[in-house]
Write a protein that binds this ligand. Structure first.
Ligand SMILES: Nc1ncnc2c1ncn2[C@@H]1O[C@H](COP(=O)(O)OP(=O)(O)O)[C@@H](O)[C@H]1O
Ligand SMILES: [Mg+2]
Length: 263
């Protein structure tokens, strides 16, 4: 369960460049909620996810993960609750390390690595099984350098790594936006499978409204630092892209960016 109450975040506070990115966000996700997040450029979507991850302190409000107040908890401590995948496939994995080393780091997350670099045999087996489900033949390349893989391969592994320890919250920030359409579709399907299999509470930002409609049981639309539309269940299932466009025109103070309409 993830709970946000009155979250406010401003950048460059008290200067001429002050920008209020979040203007009082109230949001409660139940276990297993898969929420897609849409909104124009600068709406505050990434800031919302970064606030949950603790990338920076928020100015006001309360953040709880499974009833633990994490509002003032440092990012590295909060990391044990959170899995994250960003847009850039190069960010989630270390290119100068082997596939299995990357995966071991994910498995040992939150533990000191000093003496634990040795693999247990069942761990290699686990990594092989997980890689095999990607259907990319990577299960036979455990000791390949991550840097040799394509963006889609790396993003798929990042997703496996982010979900390996079944995080309380999974945060995806346009994690398929840098991939070609075919690869993006594969990674989205894998996302859907992993979220359902592990019953992960998930926030997935996408600029593709069709993907926002196709995936998840709930959708939120953001504009100018606020949630302007929140829909779930059957009502979400019956929505069309046209409905979203109209909803945006009515509720927002902005006009839609072309980017948001793509796809
Ligand atoms: N690190 C930062 N420093 C200064 N301003 C920022 C920073 N991150 C985001 N912003 C500003 O906050 C607003 C919301 O940004 P962001 O959350 O990245 O929007 P989105 O992800 O919806 O495109 C924008 O006006 C952006 O310029
Ligand atoms: Mg963003």
């Amino acid at each position: 369960m993830l709970e946000l109450k009155g979250i406010v975040k401003a950048f460059h506070k008290g200067t001429v460049n002050e920008k209020i990115a979040l203007r009082g966000i109230d949001l409660r996700l139940e276990d297993g909620d898969f929420v897609t997040v849409i909104g124009g450029n600068g709406a505050g979507k990434s800031t919302l996810l970064n606030s949950i991850a603790g990338v920076f302190p928020v100015d006001e409000g309360i953040l709880r993960i499974n009833d633990v107040d994490v509002t003032h908890m440092a990012e590295y401590k909060r990391a044990k609750y959170i899995g994250r995948v960003f847009q850039d496939p190069m960010l989630g994995t270390a290119g100068n390390m082997q596939i299995e080393e990357n995966m071991l780091l994910a498995l040992r997350r939150g533990k000191k690595m000093g003496l634990s670099w040795a693999f247990k045999e069942n761990e290699r087996e686990l990594f092989k099984q997980q890689l095999a489900r990607l259907g990319l033949g990577l299960e036979n390349r455990l000791s390949s350098s991550m840097g040799l893989l394509s963006g889609g391969q790396r993003q798929s592994i990042t997703l496996l790594m982010a979900t390996m320890l079944k995080p309380e919250v999974l945060l995806l920030d346009e994690h398929t936006a840098a991939l070609d359409p075919k690869t993006a579709e594969k990674v989205l399907q894998l996302t859907d499978e992993l979220v359902k299999e592990h019953h992960l509470t998930t926030l997935m930002i996408t600029h593709n409204m069709r993907d926002a409609l196709r995936f998840g049981n709930r959708l939120i639309m953001m504009d100018n630092g606020k949630i302007i539309y929140d829909v779930k269940g059957e009502e979400k299932a019956n929505l069309t892209v046209q409905d979203l466009l109209e909803r945006f025109e009515v509720a927002s103070e902005n006009t839609l960016s072309d980017r948001m309409m793509l796809g």
